[in-house]
Design a protein around this ligand. Structure first.
Ligand SMILES: [Zn+2]
Length: 270
């Protein structure tokens, strides 16, 4: 009997193939359905790759918007699907724990204030101008990868825009990436969806079958997080989070004891 292998997959939409405008990410809008379908197809490809590499348990988090984009029937058995949001600080990795062997991020995107994706943002596209961790711009990928590192679980695979893939390569060189396309201003140039889907399945399988430990990043001791808001009035209000400090009219700083505390702070202030 094969040893159990648990893989966590978190799926967003702003980094799936071809997505270009916010209307395409919003389920009330008529432009949304084809991109929901892309999100589902790329999630399914990642699950298939993981199963091919010997995964015995798959937990998939629908990590976009309402958290209710994917349907359980979009995914191959035995994948289990988390829909909606619990409010847990691990956010796009809710229910992750130290029993997991690997994390794969599908359809993720670059950070707020980064280029190369018209939909680049960090946690809140409405409120957040930029999030910095120890003085460096932090994407959703970086925040979640470091929080997962505290549990000893590596991010082994990421698909998304070229900007994100470049960040992953520089930050976690062991982690495999598949670029779905690249943005120029408000436009994008995407790869062909069939090629992306195949590359995701192949990339996830290779990542899970390789040295997963080489993908584990080191969580900072005593991380300092700063949120720069688009609206200074919101910054003023959020500056009253316990232990936080308003360090500029639009910037709140919080010195945390762990990445878990960083994520809890962000859960309340973004
Ligand atoms: Zn999203």
């Amino acid at each position: 009997m094969l040893a159990a292998m648990k893989v966590y997959l978190s799926v967003d939409i702003e980094g799936v193939t071809g997505i270009t405008a916010w209307e395409e990410a919003r389920k009330e809008h008529p432009d949304y359905p084809p991109f929901r379908d892309r999100m589902a197809a790329e999630a399914r490809a990642a699950c298939e790759g993981a199963l091919r590499a010997g995964a015995t348990e798959l937990l998939v988090k629908d990590a976009h918007g309402t958290g209710r984009n994917l349907r359980a029937c979009d995914l191959p058995a035995p994948a289990r699907l988390i829909r909606g949001w619990s409010g847990h600080p691990l956010c796009m990795l809710q229910e992750l724990d130290a029993t997991f062997d690997a994390i794969c991020l599908v359809g993720w995107h670059g950070a707020a204030s980064a280029g190369r994706n018209p939909l680049a943002h960090t946690l809140s596209s409405r409120n957040v101008q930029e999030i910095r961790l120890d003085g460096v711009r932090a994407s959703e990928f970086r925040l979640h990868a470091l929080a997962a590192a505290e549990l000893g679980v590596p991010v082994v695979f990421v698909s998304g825009d070229e900007g994100l893939c470049a960040e992953v390569a520089a930050f976690a060189s062991g982690t495999r990436t598949v670029a779905t396309g690249v943005g120029f201003g408000a436009s994008t140039r995407s790869e062909h969806p069939d090629l992306v889907r195949a590359a995701i399945a192949e990339g996830v399988a290779a990542a899970i079958g390789s040295d997963r430990g080489a993908c584990l990043v080191t969580a900072p001791k005593g991380p300092v997080v700063e949120v720069v808001y688009k609206d200074q009035a919101l910054a003023y209000r959020k500056g009253f989070y316990p232990g936080a400090e308003l360090v500029a009219p639009n910037c709140v700083r919080f010195a945390a004891a762990s990445m878990f505390e960083v994520m809890r702070f962000l859960n309340f202030v973004t």
